[in-house]
Design a protein around this ligand. Structure first.
Ligand code: ATP
Length: 249
């Protein structure tokens, strides 16, 4: 079973710039959670804080039900040089074996190949296993990154805008995989921008714009009167300006 995640007074600054401020919140275990909000609102920064990839203030506690489990992460984007002779299969095997590919007596190679191919099949990329990573489209690369994140059968899956650049078929593959993972009691935490797709996932929605703005089920948060506000940028200066104007009026 996947973990729950607790955030206590979490803040993050880059220089003088406050990115996240005073976030007290939790993400329940074995559910799909979607973080939404405007560009620059701090969603990726929040995920990276939870993953321990960036320094933050406050406390983040990942509570595993039993022993500490595995986690998979799909970043927002990855850059692969097109001339790099690294195929899709090489990339998956590298992540799977953690052993240099040129080792001659690499044990269990056929077993590893079979497992890698099965993961690529789950995202519809088995037919492209011999293509170079750098020659795939952005959406195809996202699919391979997703397959790679699933290799270790993670209990917690963290996805940063997983459908960016994906076509309709890719989006559907990903949605059915997320649904399958949640039915297996895994915890999924994803940043997403597409309101219609999030409605289909029937996820718990958490709106972040420097602070936690809203949180609840799709039917509570993604209602027409709230959606316009969802992607509005937080600017304390402009809020102060509008309050001042109201006072003058
Ligand atoms: N390493 C960094 N150094 C300085 N500023 C950063 C760094 N990483 C992010 N930022 C800034 O932090 C703010 C929040 O960025 P973040 O990527 O977390 O937002 P986001 O909500 O994920 O945005 P988007 O929807 O555009 O992906 C942005 O203004 C960004 O420029």
């Amino acid at each position: 079973m996947g973990p729950s995640i607790y955030l206590n007074n979490v803040g993050l600054k880059y220089g003088d710039n406050t990115i996240l401020h005073d976030i007290n919140h939790s993400f329940a275990a074995a559910q799909c959670h979607v973080v939404m909000g405007p560009n620059g609102g701090g969603k990726t920064s929040l995920l990276r804080s939870i993953l321990g990839l960036t320094p933050f203030s406050g406390e983040i506690h990942i509570q595993w039900p039993e022993a500490k489990g595995k986690l998979g992460y799909v970043p927002q984007k990855a850059v692969f040089e097109s001339s790099l002779p690294l195929t899709v299969m090489d990339f998956i095997l590298l992540n799977q074996s953690r052993t240099p590919l040129f080792w001659p007596n690499w044990r269990n190679r056929s077993k590893q190949l079979g497992h890698a191919l099965a993961q690529l099949e789950r995202v519809g990329m088995a037919a492209r296993a011999d293509r170079r990573m750098g020659q795939l489209s952005g959406g195809e690369q996202q699919r391979v990154l997703f397959a790679q994140a699933l290799l270790d059968n993670p209990e917690l899956l963290v996805l940063d805008e997983p459908t960016t650049g994906m076509d309709e078929q890719g989006v559907r593959y990903l949605e059915s995989l997320i649904t399958e993972l949640v039915s297996e009691q895994k915890t999924v935490l994803a940043v997403h921008h597409d309101v219609t797709a999030v409605r289909r996932l029937d996820a718990h929605v958490h709106v972040v714009n420097r602070q936690l703005v809203d949180s609840g089920s799709v039917s509570e948060v993604l209602v027409p009167e709230k959606i316009e506000r969802l992607f509005n940028h937080y600017t304390s200066a402009s809020q102060a300006d509008s309050r001042a104007l109201e006072n003058v009026a």
